[in-house]
Ligand binder design. Structure first.
Ligand SMILES: Nc1nc2c(ncn2[C@@H]2O[C@H](COP(=O)(O)OP(=O)(O)OP(=O)(O)O)[C@@H](O)[C@H]2O)c(=O)[nH]1
Ligand SMILES: [Mg+2]
Length: 619
């Protein structure tokens, strides 16, 4: 069996290529996978095909970004090319760290207009440290403002800086338009199809080299779920063979080892899983039958249960609490989650969300959840709310750490692209957030690129501000640079809250009163509770106000005179905006239907008593 298997394996490996696609956000990774899938004729020519087919998660479609790394397998001639599409947003860097171990090569995609950006450097470093053979793909060459030579030479500098092995400097360069579905080996070639990119992959990425006769070892790099099969573990067989019905052991965290049978085995072909009987070292497979499996576990032969090293994932930078909904409305709009249910749900998330951390706190109803940025956490919040769960979260804060006896906090570089009309308000806001400007470049036609250095603490809530301030004419990205001693105080310009003084139903008259003092967040006829934040006060202090108060109707004449009641429409916050708005003494209440903000202490008298006591204590 083995001698036979060995010959078969060697042939199979030489036909196999495993590549990861990495880049800065929006440089065209998923579009490139679309173009490759189309070229390999997954879709019949006359078939209508969705764009960004790999971005299958609803939040990926809505937000227009890739959130989860995903696999597909494409046939090209005799070759099978396993492709791993990864996210380019810095908050999902953990996804890149999770999957690079499955690849032997990578396509580094760079936008021909933007050139290398912060996350280009980050993902290239991760890929090169893993020893991947790179192919540089200069994409979007169809864009009128493309500057291919500039982009290419900037990436070349990056390679010189980051290569861990001189061989990595000898990389092919392809020029592509993923949108128009062509790739060129030379910039001056005539556009035809994606063939040149496939040829480069087959010629330049080495096939997987591994021993198919050693005892089985496979690192679980991804998890999937199937209603019939249950949990599906995905990984690259790094040693030996794996077969359907075979006995394996699952080596988990804390040295646990549990025996299982491989119930079903698959490879990836196009957009589907393709059932197979066996696979050998070098192949990327999916298997069912393992229970309680986590990413980072090893599937091994019972004869040699040796775990592989778990993938290295960097530390979180941002954290917030997730807590049980303690509000008067709890359970009305969603499934009321007990602390046990919330804890279990967060534990389940840890099975796949490798860069996430969850800890208990002093309170049984509150958990500390840490991730790689606000978006990393808000995507999780949104996912849980769509599952029907109700809960509350706190304002995000930077994760601090004591190093050599001193409190340190994360620092980041912030890169902004916007129109020069917005430089003023943006730099003013950033200086209140402890940012230092490092660089500013104008292109002469009104576009500007700005670079700042600031603590992660100052960055919290900035994205919402920036999007509003630049009226959508902006892009931002960040790069974590390291931990530095804490200094300075962030003073974001937040006006304070208008807080509902009563529980009841907001009415026009009450909201009009509120609008004389600021903006309001609720429409008339909205149920409100005492302690709920219903508006933004113009002054720098909170105000409790009864928005349920009706006009006194005793004087009929004056009431009819003022019958024309003017009310500005309510300001609606997205989840991210709400997270950026709340202070430490407030929470965001999340239900499947609503995002509300509240004071932690609902009762105004009690709240003022506590605040006074606190102010006294710090004096
Ligand atoms: N003009 C032009 N636009 C492109 C090209 N490739 C991608 N785009 C556009 O660029 C945007 C981002 O493309 P995606 O493929 O989602 O980028 P991505 O790298 O997968 O983004 P993330 O996964 O979120 O990091 C989309 O609007 C694409 O239509 C191209 O070759 N030419
Ligand atoms: Mg993508």
């Amino acid at each position: 069996m083995y001698s036979n298997g060995r010959r078969m394996t060697e042939t199979a490996q030489s036909h196999l290529r495993n590549i990861a696609i990495v880049a800065h956000v929006d440089h065209g990774k998923t579009s490139l996978v679309d173009a490759m899938l189309r070229y390999s004729r997954v879709f019949r020519p006359d078939q209508q095909v969705d764009e960004l087919i790999m971005d299958s998660d609803p939040q990926e479609r809505e937000r227009g970004i890739t959130i989860l790394a995903k696999n597909t397998g494409i046939r090209y001639g005799d070759a099978t090319i396993n492709i791993i599409d990864t996210p380019g947003h810095a908050d999902f860097s953990g996804e890149v760290e999770r999957v690079v171990n499955m690849a032997d090569g990578c396509l580094l995609v760079v936008d021909a207009v933007e050139g290398p950006m912060p996350q280009t450097r980050y993902v290239l470093r991760v890929a090169l440290q893993q020893g991947l053979r790179p192919i540089l793909v200069i994409n979007k060459i169809d864009r009128p403002t493309a500057d291919v030579p500039a982009a290419q030479s900037a990436v070349q500098d990056l390679f010189l800086e980051l290569a861990t092995d001189p061989d990595q400097l000898d990389f092919p360069v392809l020029y592509t338009s993923a949108r128009n579905q062509y790739a060129l080996a030379e910039e001056t070639d005539t556009p035809k199809d994606m063939g040149p990119l496939f040829d480069a992959i087959v010629e330049r990425v080495p096939p997987p080299v591994a021993d198919p006769n050693a005892p089985l070892q496979m690192l679980v790099a991804a998890l999937d779920y199937d209603n019939h099969l249950g949990q599906i573990a995905v990984g690259r067989v790094s040693r030996g063979r794996i077969a359907k019905d075979e006995q394996v052991v699952l080596l988990g965290q804390d040295d646990s080892a549990a025996p299982y049978r491989v119930e079903r085995l698959f490879t990836f072909r196009d957009l589907a899983r393709h059932a197979i009987e066996s696979a050998s070292a070098g192949e990327i497979v999916a298997l069912s039958g393992l229970r309680g499996v986590r990413i980072g576990d090893t599937v091994a032969s019972p004869t040699a249960p040796e775990p592989l090293e778990r993938m290295k994932v960097e530390e979180p930078t941002v954290r917030m609490t997730f807590s049980v909904n303690t509000l008067p409305f709890s359970g009305r709009e969603g499934q009321y989650a007990t602390s046990r249910m919330l804890w279990d749900r967060l534990q389940r998330e840890l099975q796949t969300n490798v860069a996430l951390r969850v800890e208990r706190t002093d309170s049984a109803d509150e958990f500390l959840v840490s991730g790689r940025g606000e978006l990393h956490l808000s995507v999780l919040i949104e996912k849980m709310r769509r599952e029907g769960i109700e809960f509350q979260v706190s304002r995000p804060e930077a994760v601090t750490r004591v190093i050599d006896g001193r409190l340190h906090e994360p620092y980041e570089l912030l890169f902004l692209e916007t129109r020069d009309d917005f430089i003023g308000p943006v730099t003013q806001e950033l200086s209140a957030r402890l940012a230092q400007m490092m660089d500013m470049q104008s292109d002469g036609s009104g576009n500007v690129r700005l670079e700042f250095r600031l603590p992660t603490r100052g960055l919290i809530g900035f994205q919402s501000f920036f999007m509003r301030a630049a009226r959508g004419n902006g892009q931002m990205s960040t790069e974590f640079t390291g931990m530095e001693p804490v200094s300075g105080e962030v003073k974001p310009e937040r006006a304070e809250a208008i807080v509902s003084a009563e529980s009841g139903v907001a009415v026009t008259y009450g909201l009009q009163n509120a609008q004389e003092r600021g903006e309001t967040f609720v429409e008339p006829q909205t149920p409100v509770y005492q302690g709920m934040i219903v508006g933004r006060h113009n002054r720098e202090r909170d105000m409790d106000l009864n928005v349920c108060k009706e006009r006194k109707m005793t004087n009929m004449r004056s009431a009819t005179q003022e019958i024309v009641e003017r009310l500005a429409p309510a300001v609606r916050f997205s989840l991210e905006e709400a997270l950026g708005f709340v202070n430490d003494d407030e929470l965001v209440e999340v239900t499947p239907q609503s995002i509300r903000m509240r004071k932690r202490i609902l009762n105004p008298d009690e709240r003022y008593r506590v605040n006074r006591a606190r102010a006294k204590a710090t004096r």
